[in-house]
Design a protein around this ligand. Structure first.
Ligand code: TYM
Length: 333
């Protein structure tokens, strides 16, 4: 039997190479296996945990769908929808927030990072966001969740919530315990400006990331300006130690060309970074520019994108509302 796949992406604009290599390439691969049943959700409820401009949010929801399709997800074979259209997600999130414990949520590192120093001013939604993520996953009896490394802790929390619900209500296996699917190497793509920081949409400097909507010139420029170190390119894996920028750029090259890191290192051993960067730019341009062009093309047909979301939400709604109905019965509503 195939896998039941669920994953989500926030429609906060600027989907980037980290999202692509950490998650979306995995979505595409899983969705190409016809035995899998895949749900890809544009998580607009998650997006509003921080301020959003309504007009931009609406555009970003469409852009996220366009990005899925441009990257190779077939909307006919897979369910693509936006979270807010399926009210079961909000409902299940509330119920599961009565199962999850404060102590568990207090350990979430992403909240600490996102809330920063002024936790008092963070929204309650930002704090309870991993519970909504658990609801997303558990409503569909998901077996596998493809995500980047930064979502590992949230997945662990989701598993804990499911286990506690099943044991509190003595319903073994009612909520299926999902497995994370995280890329083995380079599940965390780092900023082009700082090899110790994750590539992220919230980073102020646009040159810290390659966006999936970037043009050829932008990509070439960003790679040219990417931080490196004064040493020549490494010749062994050991030489990558304490050289996070070299490791990240070689990792990106290896992912995009499907090359083992060892072999990439051999190919560029002792070369100058500038020679390597030229080749890396070309590989990036070859991969990203067709996606970027396709996204722009798809965005010209809003009706098409809206129809995909509508059809997807109808399909999702059937499954999710059934599951919520069963949850109601179990908890005594
Ligand atoms: P989000 O929107 O921040 O990111 C979407 C996906 O991209 C991955 N990712 C990265 N992978 C590698 N390197 C990076 N620098 C990088 N940056 C982002 C993320 O790990 C993610 O897989 N909470 C989730 C969305 C979500 C979800 C879900 C995911 C909501 N419900 C249910 C799975 C299942 C989030 O904010 O992802």
């Amino acid at each position: 039997m195939g896998k039941k796949i669920f994953s989500g992406v926030q429609p906060t604009g600027n989907l980037h190479l980290g999202n692509y290599l950490g998650a979306i390439t995995n979505f595409v691969e899983l969705s190409n296996d016809n035995t899998n049943d895949c749900f890809f959700c544009v998580v607009d409820l998650h997006a509003i945990t921080v301020n959003q401009d309504p007009k931009e949010l609406r555009n970003n929801i469409r852009e996220t769908v366009a990005t899925f399709i441009a990257s190779g997800i077939d909307p006919k074979k897979n369910t693509i929808f936006n979270q807010s259209r399926v009210s079961a997600h909000s409902e299940a999130a509330w119920i599961l927030s009565c199962v999850a414990r404060m102590g568990w949520l207090n350990r979430m590192t992403q909240f600490k990072e996102k809330a920063g120093k002024d936790k008092e001013k963070a929204s309650i939604g930002l704090y309870s966001y991993p519970v909504l993520m658990a609801a997303d996953i558990l409503l569909y009896d998901t077996s596998h969740v493809p995500v980047g490394d930064d979502q590992k802790q949230h997945l662990e929390l989701c598993r804990n919530i499911a286990q506690k619900f099943n044991s509190d209500f003595k319903k073994d296996d009612f909520l299926k315990i999902p497995e994370p699917l995280i890329q083995k190497d380079f599940s965390r793509i780092m900023s082009l400006k700082d090899g110790l920081k994750k590539m992220s949409k919230s980073e102020l400097s646009d040159s810290s990331r390659i966006n999936l909507t970037d043009t050829e010139d932008l990509i070439i420029n960003k790679v040219k300006k990417a931080k490196t170190d004064p040493l020549p390119m490494p010749s062994t894996i050991d030489e990558l130690e304490n050289r996070p920028e070299a490791k990240n750029l070689l990792g990106i090259y290896s992912c995009l060309t499907n090359t083992k890191l060892e072999n990439s290192i051999k190919n560029f051993s002792k070369k100058n970074f500038s020679d390597f960067k030229e080749i890396l730019s070309q590989v990036l341009v070859d991969k990203i520019v067709p996606i970027s062009q396709e996204i722009k093309k798809l965005l010209n047909d809003q009706n098409y994108l809206d129809k995909i979301l509508l059809d997807g939400s109808e399909k999702a709604n059937k499954i999710a509302s059934e599951k919520v109905k069963k949850i109601h019965e179990i908890i005594g509503f």
